[in-house]
Design a protein around this ligand. Structure first.
Ligand SMILES: [Zn+2]
Ligand SMILES: [Zn+2]
Length: 392
């Protein structure tokens, strides 16, 4: 089959690789009909996430048709149309039973790699996201093996188009969980979202669905700001305005009640702090560049929530913890427990509350994907979200 593979830092290519096969009785094989490139794939592209190997198949946002199931799979059968969460979960361990699917104890066979880095604990496995997270082949391919097939995949039985349900695999639940983590008081609270990429767009719309009185989106890319503005958000371009001043002005001086950092560890941004972050990241002294996180802590109102859906990978410094402490902020963060959100968010799509296909700007074949990785990374051509058809 054809697949997009990691060929080294800043190099992805299309290769012909063996088709996946069932390895365990709880596996399913999915023929992929649509798959997307995610902002977090860019952290793999540029080598910031360790433990990638040449030939690894990328991709964790995909959906398709079940073509084969192992003998212990009860809920799926060939022909079913499914969306598949980006994180892999067993469904029976203690974290899974508590709904903390991304913290599954049993789905990451390489947990020792993550444990060495993260103080003896590891998250669950992820599709197409390095050996530290299990080394599972991803879904930017024509077929994929899905472990624990009774737990993750969710059947789509309505006639919604792929683009309307594909983002249930990651970015819609990720944006939603970030907004839900804020504990928004409907009709009162102002929410600021840093980063108007795909997750930021869904976080902003989710904050609206959860009743935020006002949503402000901060970025520097005009077409991304325009997409947020089209949803009724106020926008701030941090290259034109002083973010902290603008946020205070927009909130009667108190700052946004909750702040969502949908940027994560490769923030751009201004000033000596940003330059030091970049230098340290290049020298591998620090994983993360944290301009957005600093702004989040400095701008948030007293008693507010700082919600982090953006990915952080390692150690960070120059975090204004004094400001966070003085204001009594609450931090909420972590990988999305996707499995928990798919059914309720699918209901919202079916009810017409949101049509997630608004975010798609580019559609392409697998052969065009390597070029589109660069277009997406460089934010050229108005690129916000790329959807690939593996059979085009
Ligand atoms: Zn993703
Ligand atoms: Zn589990």
């Amino acid at each position: 089959m054809k697949a997009i593979v990691w060929q080294g830092t800043n190099k992805v290519g299309v290769e012909t690789v063996p088709d996946p096969t069932l390895l365990l009785p709880t596996d399913a094989i999915i023929k992929i009909t649509s798959t997307a490139i995610c902002g977090s794939d860019l952290h793999l592209l540029d080598g910031v996430i360790p433990s990638m190997e040449k030939g690894d198949i990328l991709g964790h946002e995909f959906m398709g048709e079940v073509v084969e199931v192992g003998r212990d799979v009860k809920k799926l059968k060939p022909g079913d149309r499914v969306v598949v969460p980006f994180n892999i979960a067993c469904g029976v361990c203690d974290p899974c039973r508590r709904g903390l699917f991304s913290a599954c104890d049993n789905s990451n066979p390489n947990h020792r790699m993550a444990e060495a880095l993260y103080g003896g604990v590891s998250g669950g496995g992820l599709f197409g996201y390095s050996h530290m997270y299990g080394g599972y082949a991803g879904g930017q391919a024509q077929y994929v093996r899905v472990p624990f097939a009774d737990i993750g995949p969710h059947k789509i039985e309505s006639d919604l188009r792929d683009e309307q349900v594909l983002f249930l695999t990651d970015i819609f639940p990720t944006g939603y969980q970030a907004a839900e983590n804020c504990g928004i008081v409907p009709g009162r609270d102002v929410v600021a979202v840093f980063g108007a990429g795909p997750v930021g767009q869904f976080a902003a719309r989710s904050a609206q669905m959860l009743g935020a009185a006002h949503v402000i989106v901060v970025d520097r890319v005009p077409e991304r700001l325009a997409m947020a503005e089209a949803a009724g958000c106020q926008v701030i371009n941090y290259e034109q305005d002083d973010v902290l001043v603008a946020l205070r002005e927009a909130t009667g001086g108190r700052g946004p009640d909750h702040v969502i950092d949908a940027v994560g560890m490769e923030a751009h941004g201004h000033g000596p702090g940003a330059l030091v972050d970049t230098a340290k990241q290049r020298l591998k002294l620090s994983f993360d560049r944290i301009t957005a996180l600093r702004w989040a802590l400095l701008s948030c109102a007293k008693g507010g929530t700082v919600s982090l859906p953006g990915v952080y990978g390692g150690l960070i410094d120059k975090v204004p913890m004094g400001a966070a402490f003085a204001k009594g902020l609450t931090f909420k963060m972590g990988q999305t427990h996707t499995q928990r959100h798919i059914a309720p968010l699918l209901s919202r799509i079916e009810a017409g509350e949101i049509d997630p296909s608004f975010v798609v700007t580019h559609r392409a074949s697998l052969d065009e994907a390597p070029a589109l990785y660069k277009t997406f990374r460089d934010k050229h051509d108005g690129c916000i979200k790329v959807v690939l058809n593996p059979w085009a």
